[in-house]
Write a protein that binds this ligand. Structure first.
Ligand code: RIB
Ligand code: CA
Length: 311
């Protein structure tokens, strides 16, 4: 059993990652912690609650986290995910509320209560994770693994030519997280850009007209009809669902040890993840970097599990 804390900024691909977690018998979602990223933390928290209620999983605690990066000014991605973060999908007002504890405290409490048991899966900016490390550095020795969606190692960025969104929003947090000395799998654009979901696959999935699959179709309709044509994109890149899979089925991805650091001072390259591989490595590797993926197998796993659980 993979006991997972999902730190997230829903976000359309975050929502798909959440549904995949809820469809996976080998995953136990210990908590959801929210962070500002795709949209502000009020909305990411609202979305997390509404998505859990839609999926019938109001038993999973949601803890609200940071709305702004540690140093930089906040920035969001409504142009990608719509103003409400879910492509305009209107879900019923959630009856459940976020718990009183802050996301940072929930991350610390759960990791320290079960040494070696908890996998931390950040799929948004890393602000909560960095603050948890500063508040309780011992989580670095107690966590089972940290599986991060972020970075662009040997491929261009998606927010600047050199930086991926989650890292670019809070590069200072990313620096703290990358240098904490804990076991990291880094699922970067190098692999997530190969994990493409096509519209016809979404239509097939939603043919059952079940609430969750219809919601998936509605969220992705925004992406396919609005963001896609404006940006010459015809497939949906499954950044966060691929990161989640890496937490419980890492063999779908090829991994390579790497030393990865993040640029904090570059005028043009702020947030760039600079990766040293092989003979270039001068320091101990700090991540297992995702360098290849069986994208077909991953997409089939995603569709199969969502269909079995929610169709
Ligand atoms: O760059 C992709 C990442 O940024 C994904 O986690 C997406 O949800 C956004 O947060
Ligand atoms: Ca995300």
């Amino acid at each position: 059993m993979h006991r997972i804390i999902l730190d997230t900024d829903p976000g359309i691909d975050d929502a798909l990652a959440l549904f995949l977690a809820l469809s996976s018998p080998d995953v136990r979602l210990e908590a959801i912690t929210t962070v500002g990223g795709n949209v502000n933390v009020d909305l990411t928290t609202y979305n997390a609650l509404a998505l859990l209620e839609l999926a019938g999983r109001t038993d999973i605690p949601v803890a609200r986290g940071s709305n702004r990066p540690i140093v930089r000014q906040p920035m969001y991605a409504e142009h990608v995910h719509g103003d409400n973060g879910l492509g305009g999908l209107q879900l019923p007002e959630p009856q459940i509320k976020a718990i009183d504890s802050h996301a940072v405290d929930v991350i610390i409490e759960k990791i320290m209560a079960s040494p070696g048991e908890i996998t931390l899966v950040p799929i948004g900016p890393l602000t909560n994770i960095a603050l948890a490390l500063r508040r309780e550095p011992r989580i670095a020795q107690s966590v089972r693994e940290v599986v991060i969606m972020g970075g662009a190692l040997r491929v261009p960025g998606n927010t600047t030519p050199s930086a991926e969104f989650n890292i670019y929003v809070d590069p200072h947090a990313a620096h703290i997280v990358l240098h904490a000395g804990w076991p990291i799998r880094l699922v970067s654009l190098d692999t997530t850009m190969q994990a493409e979901l096509r519209r016809e696959q979404v239509e097939m999935l939603a043919s059952s007209e079940s609430p969750v699959t219809v919601a998936i179709r509605q969220m992705l309709a925004y992406y396919f009809d609005v963001f896609g044509p404006q940006n010459g994109v015809s497939a949906f890149h499954m950044h966060d669902p691929l990161c989640l899979v890496a937490a419980f089925q890492p063999d779908l991805i090829n991994w390579e040890p790497s030393f990865v650091d993040v640029e904090l001072h570059g005028t043009l390259t702020l947030g760039e993840t600079v990766a040293y591989f092989g003979p270039l490595i001068t320091q101990s590797p700090n991540v297992l970097a995702s360098v290849g993926v069986d994208a077909g197998r991953f997409i089939q796993l995603f569709l199969q599990r969502i269909k079995e659980r929610f169709a």
